[in-house]
Design a protein. Structure first.
Length: 329
């Protein structure tokens, strides 16, 4: 079995090559299945938005003797029958209760009911209220932030690479990452909170970084291909992706390990829920971003360019020369 260094050298020289471009139809089919599946997840398991987006009342019972979640639900309904409640344990010691929006009087009554139900002092129950206007504003600002990020990304990449086709392939790859990550997030039953939105923007930035490095190598390879080149355009793109494959894998592993530690140790073991929101989106996003760059963005760019008249003519000459050489042999 070749060593990692030898494997990397073989990839760089082209001696070993994975067909990222050659089997792009298969990768595109898999990508479409993943995107459609992720988009359908909310129909099966609706996306949960945090109170910052939906608005409502929130109560925190500090260090009660019992952390039975049914106690909280019954206490809320004793004041407001039929109220929708969500109860979670925070930091393995506090009970947090989120409900529909309530009046000031109802909020005070629910706080007293929770204190009595959990047998704690009234001042051990804190309450807060988020109005619908504030939640709508957070949602609107998040969507604007995403739209501005994608627009600036498209513009900057088009200027940097001097072609809109490379920019378009990168943006489609970013959307692929976003949809799949949100789908996994919804499937896991996690709430989308402002921290999660920050995580989504972070992984888009990571995906953009990874894509830019790979595309830079693609530009280097394809710009070196003159009229006498023996490689098809798709082969030059595929070689560039293989040449950066080891680097992409190493970067992803190094980035995913600490985030995974935060997710599985800090969030699940220590119960730091605020860490869960952002670490899950980043952890999943890093893995999906690496896949998307290699299997979606790069092959898509090759597809966009191969039908250009000049490249199509050059590729036809190369195929003809290969066919002639094969017959003569």
């Amino acid at each position: 079995m070749p060593s990692m260094n030898e494997f990397g050298n073989n990839l760089y020289s082209g001696k070993t090559s994975f067909p990222f471009v050659g089997k792009r139809r298969l990768w595109f089919i898999i990508a479409i299945i993943l995107v459609v599946g992720s988009a359908l997840v909310p129909l099966i398991r609706p996306i949960q938005f945090s109170i910052e987006f939906t608005g409502g009342s929130q109560f925190t019972v500090q260090a009660p003797d019992s952390r039975d979640q049914d106690i909280a639900s019954e206490a809320v309904r004793s004041v407001v029958p039929g109220a929708a409640t969500k109860v979670v344990i925070v930091s393995d010691k506090d009970v947090r209760v989120q409900t529909d929006q309530m009046s000031a009087a109802e909020t005070q009554q629910v706080a007293n009911a929770l204190a009595k139900a959990y047998n704690v002092e009234p001042d051990a129950v804190t309450s807060s209220f988020i109005g619908p206007a504030w939640g709508e504003n957070v949602t609107r600002q998040s969507l604007w932030g995403l739209a501005i990020f994608l627009a600036l990304t498209f513009l900057i990449l088009a200027i940097y690479f001097r072609t809109w086709k490379m920019s378009a392939a990168a943006i489609i790859g970013l959307l692929d990452v976003l949809v799949i990550t949100v789908g996994v997030y919804a499937l896991a039953g996690f709430e989308i909170s402002p921290a999660a939105v920050i995580g989504f923007l972070t992984i888009l930035a990571y995906s953009l970084y990874d894509t830019t490095v790979v595309f830079d190598k693609i530009r280097e390879n394809t710009s070196e291909d003159g009229e006498k080149s023996a490689r098809l355009f798709g082969e030059s793109v595929n070689l560039a992706v293989n040449q950066t494959l080891v680097r992409s894998i190493n970067t992803s592993v190094v980035a995913a390990l600490p985030v995974g530690a935060v997710l599985f140790i800090g969030a699940f073991w220590l119960g730091a829920e605020s860490l869960t929101d952002i670490s899950l989106s980043i952890f999943v996003g890093i893995l999906v971003a690496t896949y998307s760059t290699l299997f979606v963005a790069a092959p898509l760019y090759s597809l966009f360019r191969e039908n250009e008249p000049q490249l199509k003519e050059r590729d036809a000459r190369i195929r003809a020369a290969r066919s002639k050489a094969s017959v003569e042999a």
